[in-house]
Design a protein around this ligand. Structure first.
Ligand code: ATP
Ligand code: MG
Length: 551
């Protein structure tokens, strides 16, 4: 984790509450995803915040599925959310579902009706919107607002029993039609929806609205600090009104700025469109900003937590540069990833003075700084090698310290070679480079006395494994599609995925899916879940340097 930093505003609030002995010093937060999609990096920020806050103050965090909307929710999403939170390194105290509280929330509604604080309204959505007035004009009450407690109780019971079709009636809180906060102008508490729910099945045909479920769920669980994003600032009055009028546990709502990031979209609705329209492979396509996409891309939980820590907690909307996320994974993998050689754009190099059929095992490091990697690895060497096409130039400029006619270079972990000749095809493409090697120049045992400036990577032709390598780039070609005209899908980067054929060291055929490797000079890569021993597939996690800085 980063060095000491000053407290963020939420930590200040919690410390003050603890000092004042509020809730007996107890801290209980919750992470409340709606199971209508996969989690994205914005959710990671909320997860790190909620779990981090509780952990810091000896508290706990509940995982609560905010599943009050039967239409869009699914158990597939529930499972993916649990897996992602665990993978990020957090454990919840309890797994709860807002739908488990439907009975209690219904009883709360009945209580408010009995107190004369809620009524059944038969108006259409348009009528309700119209009667609400505008920010400068107060709303007007309708006749339903004066229904008696008995009538409201009877009608609400009938709503629950399924007597009315969708949209025929709603239950509203009787708050204040002149409130400067439009959300306080008699908000809807319950609506009729004859829909199958992923947990409660067909038990219910009325469902509570967000404002009459979220705070109530917080209160039922005795959440002390209910942290949400800034869009909910205007909902806070309702949150407090319902809790106060029900006289239930006084959970408190606090808001912070949601994470926005350049060159991507961060809304489940938009991500779902990309999946449904086949514009990406799935929710875990490595170009997606989802936790599962980042995992498949090769991001580590540590790098994501570090990113969330570095961006901090703000009270105002801001836009974070994607390159900061990339910086965090690069920094992590630089420390932890084992090194390997892979040739992404191959051309053949023949060592004419190395006997055909001969081979030897050379030695290379894994990553001397990582525990378990000390032993290093064996690298097979032979007369024919693959090297990168860009490491040879027919007419090399002065400072080109790689291969060209007459030039010498060190082959990483192997020998110094000198280029004697090369072959071209009819189109002028280099097809083969002929070199001679200096037997006394073996790495670690070099007695040749020759100094060369450049070192290039290679793999032995008869030993190399063929692999498909997917080179990923930004999902979008603009920083922020909401500042552009038209739909965000008009701005998808057509070059966000490039698939190439590469050669890798033989032991890359047996590595673990998702584990990061540095292909030296080329970037960080990991084995994809679709890879098989005969058809290797690697994903590029990130390049070695930020190639976009100059642009
Ligand atoms: P989306 O708009 O992507 O669908 P959401 O807010 O509808 O997101 P929820 O499942 O309701 O998604 O969110 C669960 C929690 O994660 C909420 O507390 C929400 O405020 C938080 N959250 C969602 N998106 C972000 C974000 N971009 N940055 C920080 N927190 C977020
Ligand atoms: Mg939501």
């Amino acid at each position: 984790m980063s060095e000491e930093r000053s407290l963020n505003f939420l930590e200040e609030i919690v410390e003050e509450d603890i000092r004042n002995g509020k809730n007996g010093g107890r801290v209980l937060t919750r992470f409340p995803p709606e199971p209508n999609g996969y989690l994205h990096i914005g959710h990671a920020k909320s997860i790190c915040l909620n779990f981090g806050l509780a952990k810091k103050y000896n508290g706990k965090t509940n995982l609560r599925f905010d599943d009050t909307n039967p239409v869009t929710e699914d158990t597939e999403y529930v499972e993916s959310i649990k897996a992602d939170v665990k993978w990020l390194g957090f454990d919840w105290a309890n797994e709860f579902y807002a739908s488990d509280y439907f009975d209690k929330i219904y009883a709360f509604a009945v209580e408010l009706i009995k107190k004369g604080l809620a009524y059944v309204d038969d108006s259409t959505a348009e009528e309700i919107a119209h009667q609400k007035g505008t920010p400068t004009e107060p709303g007007v009450g309708n006749a339903y607002r004066n229904r008696s407690v008995e009538e409201n109780l009877a009608l609400f019971t009938e709503m629950k029993e399924g007597k009315y079709p969708d949209g025929a009636k709603v239950l509203r809180a009787k708050v204040d039609l002149a409130s400067p906060n439009m959300l306080m102008r008699d908000p809807i508490m319950y609506r009729i929806k004859h829909a199958h729910h992923h947990r409660t099945g067909d038990t219910w045909c009325i469902y509570p609205m967000y404002d009459f479920a979220h705070g109530q769920s917080d209160s039922i669980e005795e959440i002390t600090h209910s942290v949400c994003t800034l869009e909910f600032v205007s909902h806070r009055d309702m949150y407090e009104w319902f809790i106060a009028n029900l006289g239930i546990f006084p959970s408190k709502q606090y808001e912070f700025a949601r994470l926005n990031m350049t060159y991507t979209v961060m809304s489940k609705r938009k991500l779902l469109q990309l999946v449904n329209e086949g514009l990406v492979e799935d929710w875990d396509d490595p170009r997606m900003p989802t936790i599962s996409g980042l995992r498949r891309r090769g991001y580590t939980p540590h790098s994501i937590r570090e990113f969330c820590e570095r961006i901090g907690i703000a009270k105002r909307e801001n836009m974070i540069d994607l390159s900061l996320l990339e910086f965090c994974i690069r920094e992590d993998l630089n420390k932890t990833a084992w090194r390997r050689m892979a040739v992404l754009d191959p051309v053949k190099l023949v060592i004419t003075n190395y006997p055909a059929g001969q081979e030897e095992m050379l030695h290379g490091e894994n990553n001397p700084e990582v525990e378990g990697g000390e032993g290093g690895r064996d690298i097979p060497f032979s007369r024919e090698l693959w090297i990168e096409r860009e490491d040879f130039m027919e007419e090399a400029p002065k400072k080109f310290f790689r291969l060209g006619p007459g030039l010498m270079v060190r082959l990483k972990n192997a020998y110094i070679v000198k280029c004697d000749d090369f072959r071209k095809d009819a189109e002028g493409n280099i097809t083969e480079i002929h070199c001679s090697y200096i037997p006394e120049s073996k790495s670690g045992h070099d007695t040749s006395g020759i100094n060369v400036k450049g070192t290039i990577h290679w793999v032995s032709v008869p030993h190399a494994k063929t692999a498909k390598v997917r080179l990923y780039d930004r999902l979008l070609k603009v920083e922020n599609p909401s500042e552009e005209e038209g739909d965000f899908k008009d701005y998808l980067n057509p070059d966000s995925l490039k698939v190439i054929q590469a050669y890798v060291e033989p032991d890359m055929a047996t590595v673990e899916v998702g584990k990061g490797y540095q292909f030296i000079r080329k970037g960080y890569f990991c084995l994809d879940k679709t890879s098989t021993p005969n058809k290797l597939v690697f994903n590029r996690t990130v390049t070695l340097k930020d190639g976009w800085v100059k642009k």
